[in-house]
Design a protein. Structure first.
Length: 393
């Protein structure tokens, strides 16, 4: 009889535990969205999204329709912040990656699991690619506009030369020289417009847009340079610490490391240590190169904006004064105006190089592999130098 009572008590206890567990599960289900929620992942990526300062970002979720938010972001000229937010919501590659991870990235799972770590890397890398695509698109449009102005000046010079030849006030040699400059400028503009179109298409791909969405406008100019570049004497250590995959590899190697008992164990130990060391050597080199590119790009862009552009402006103003006093020819003024437009294009490309370098550096510091960031394609600032120089002669 006593055994029967003990059995009944245990049965009742098990039933109560099952009911309590069911209530807890049901309560949790009611508290979370149908897809499990990603609020923990959103908190985990705070500060690791390139191109966005402070505010939390929204991620794609199967239970949330983000079309209205994307449409709202596309209403105004596209900024870097808006471009990154749209990419994180709408990029099909990120959506596929998160869908493959499925419940592994939801609030049901621990914050430090493998799926969430990989999702964080994917999000950081995509935000860097979106930032770089936006920078390329803005800089290409800005540079093309500068070359349109240079071409308009060259056309005015050519037309003036044609009329002066007809009046007998200019040689055909001088007219041919002006016509050659116009042809060079026209070719440069055609290349710039081709680059502008390609950069915009690349941005559209990264943002995952199509149809009417792809008709968005974009801001006219790149942001101003920061007052000073970042000083990162420990950039190598920061990049190494940010790479959770390398940290995990070191931990795994240390765990399985044991005193070798056979010659094969010795070779295995050397191979494991070399693999970890190889990854660390490559990361250190990437960190140094990314920081060097960042600092040198800043120095070049700042020099052009604070020294070269003001100097070009001063020269143009002085030539205009001399022309008004009939101390120089109109061709000198027009040639300098063309050179000024070319210098502006050079400064724009230099600023572009800086913002691209900063995106790469920030992504490395946030733990994203360099090979996931895309290439910084397009002409460098130096590519515009010959055209700018020839315009002034």
């Amino acid at each position: 009889m006593q055994a029967t009572r003990r059995h009944a008590t245990r049965t009742l206890t098990h039933q109560l535990m099952a009911i309590t567990a069911g209530m807890l599960i049901a309560g949790t289900s009611w508290a979370l969205p149908p897809d499990g929620g990603t609020s923990r992942l959103q908190a985990q990526i705070a500060g690791k999204v390139i191109g966005i300062q402070g505010a939390q970002v929204a991620l794609p979720q199967p239970s949330v329709d983000s079309r209205a938010l994307i449409a709202q972001l596309l209403k105004s000229p596209l900024t870097n912040d808006a471009a990154v937010r749209i990419a994180l919501l709408n990029n099909p590659d990120l959506q596929s990656a998160l869908a493959r991870a499925a419940m592994g990235i939801t609030d049901w799972q621990d914050a430090d699991n493998l799926a969430k770590r990989q999702a964080q890397v994917d999000i950081t890398a995509l935000s860097a690619r979106a930032t770089k695509a936006w920078v390329q698109a803005v800089a290409s449009a800005q540079g093309a506009q500068a070359l349109r102005e240079a071409k308009a000046t060259a056309e005015a010079t050519g037309e003036l030369g044609r009329r002066m030849v007809q009046a007998g006030n200019l040689s055909k040699l001088n007219q041919a020289q002006h016509q050659a400059k116009l042809s060079e400028t026209a070719i440069g503009l055609a290349r710039a417009e081709r680059a502008e179109f390609a950069a915009r298409e690349q941005l559209i791909q990264v943002l995952g847009l199509w149809g009417a969405q792809a008709q968005f406008t974009i801001v006219d100019t790149l942001p101003a340079l920061p007052e000073a570049p970042l000083d990162l004497p420990d950039v190598e250590a920061q990049v190494l610490a940010a790479r959770t995959d390398l940290t995990q590899s070191i931990t795994d190697w240390q765990i399985k490391r044991k005193p070798p008992t056979t010659p094969a164990d010795l070779w295995d130990a050397m191979g494991d240590a070399a693999t970890v060391r190889s990854a660390a050597v490559q990361l250190r080199s990437q960190a140094r190169l990314a920081y060097f590119n960042y600092r040198s790009s800043y120095d070049i862009a700042q020099h052009l904006q604070t020294q070269v552009l003001p100097l070009r402006k001063f020269i143009n103003e002085e030539l205009t004064l001399r022309y008004n006093g009939m101390l120089t020819s109109v061709f000198d003024v027009l040639a300098d105006s063309q050179a000024q437009s070319q210098a502006l294009n050079t400064a724009t490309l230099a600023a572009r190089d800086f913002w691209l370098a900063q995106a790469d550096l920030q992504a490395l510091l946030a733990g994203a592999p360099l090979e996931m960031l895309g290439t910084s394609t397009g002409p460098t600032a130096n590519d515009a130098t010959p055209a700018a120089s020839s315009a002034g002669h």
